[in-house]
Design a protein around this ligand. Structure first.
Ligand SMILES: C[S@@+](CC[C@H](N)C(=O)[O-])C[C@H]1O[C@@H](n2cnc3c(N)ncnc32)[C@H](O)[C@@H]1O
Length: 328
């Protein structure tokens, strides 16, 4: 106890991300209460027009671009370094599924130039934005395509050699049937290729000292799963499907924990709350905001902004899952 209390005063550096001895006391306490359940679907009386049941939408708005920027600031470092640790194939096509506005795909193209990049998203607005951004910067390194993970057959025609690497991050978490998505993904991989998935799992948790505004943020994420019919145990479903497939030679799962240190990283919470506050009242579910914890959305936004701006409040992503499967 005493040991960890002393440790709490230490600065957490990015070099020892996974060393539990460096985490503060409240973080270790929270770990004892990791969630273990899936959630029942939630029906809206009147689905909000255009929201596509995303409480945290993914359209072509400035706010959304900033939220995706914050998401990338949280996860990109861990993703790139984990890919560098994998024995990736030496050449071929690389497919990024659910690329949004292309920030991570472009980073891959810069870090792993041995591949030819194809990136898909099922939202036209996202792909249009990705094309626009890369055209402006002159970095036209990627073939951007509007395509759904549920039907990737158009890619077969264009890429008959299929893909040496198929990657997806924080996309299957929005899918009703991640196991089906994995069966489709395995069709896209050439022999000797790899599938890499980064997802939330039953173990994943956003860790903060107990603060109401952030606990409510966690509740909103659960509401989003319930509206979409998606699952908190996406990683477990993906891993099981890969491990059972006779197409897969080996599969490994590693959990990463890392701090959200900067104001930009912490802004991920506030940006999500701002979008949620705009959409929650339109869903036609009585007292939904109150159930999440606030009578008044503006108070929630203000409280969460205060957390973002207070450097003494540290946040962590606990046990974000990385899966790599090698195909026969
Ligand atoms: C949270 S964003 C993740 C963006 C990016 N992969 C990252 O990690 O930075 C999820 C993206 O997946 C896309 N998406 C959701 N369901 C999809 C599906 N069935 N097929 C293809 N893309 C999908 C969404 O449109 C959205 O752009």
């Amino acid at each position: 106890m005493h040991y960890f209390q002393q440790r709490e005063k230490m600065t957490i550096s990015l070099d020892n991300l996974t060393n539990p001895a460096e985490f503060p006391m409240w973080f270790l306490d929270e770990c004892k209460e990791m969630p273990t359940k899936d959630y029942a679907p939630l029906q809206t009386k009147e689905p909000a027009e255009g929201s596509n049941k995303y409480l945290i939408p993914v359209g072509d708005t400035l706010g959304e671009k900033d939220r995706l920027g914050a998401l990338e600031a949280v996860y990109n470092g861990a993703t790139i370094s984990w890919l560098k640790d994998q024995k990736l194939p030496e050449s071929g096509n690389f497919l990024d599924i659910g690329c949004a506005q292309g920030g991570l795909t472009t980073l891959f193209a810069q870090n792993f130039p041995q591949f030819k990049y194809v990136a898909i998203d099922n939202k036209e607005a996202q792909i249009a934005k990705a094309r626009e951004i890369t055209k402006e910067s002159g970095e036209e390194l990627v073939d951007w395509e509007v395509c759904d993970v549920d039907d990737m057959s158009p890619l077969f025609e264009k890429y008959p050699d299929r893909f040496s690497v198929v990657f997806s991050r924080l996309t299957l978490t929005h899918h009703k049937d991640p196991a089906k998505a994995i069966r489709n993904i395995l069709e896209m991989v050439r022999p000797g290729g790899v599938v890499i998935i980064h997802e939330r799992s039953l173990r994943t948790k956003y860790m903060t000292p107990k603060l109401k505004a952030l606990e409510s943020w966690g509740k909103m994420v659960v509401v989003q799963h319930r509206l979409q019919g998606s699952h908190k145990d996406t990683t477990e479903r993906v891993f099981t499907q890969l491990a059972r497939s006779d197409k897969v030679a080996s599969v490994k799962l590693k959990y990463l924990s890392f701090p959200m240190e900067s104001e930009q990283q912490k802004s991920l919470f506030r940006r999500g709350v701002e979008q949620g506050v705009a959409i929650l009242p339109t869903l036609g579910i009585p007292n939904l905001m109150q159930k999440i914890g606030y009578e008044d959305g503006q108070t929630w936004v203000e409280e969460i902004r205060a957390i973002e701006e207070d450097p003494s409040i540290k946040c962590y992503v606990k046990d974000f899952a990385c899966i790599a499967a090698r195909v026969k």
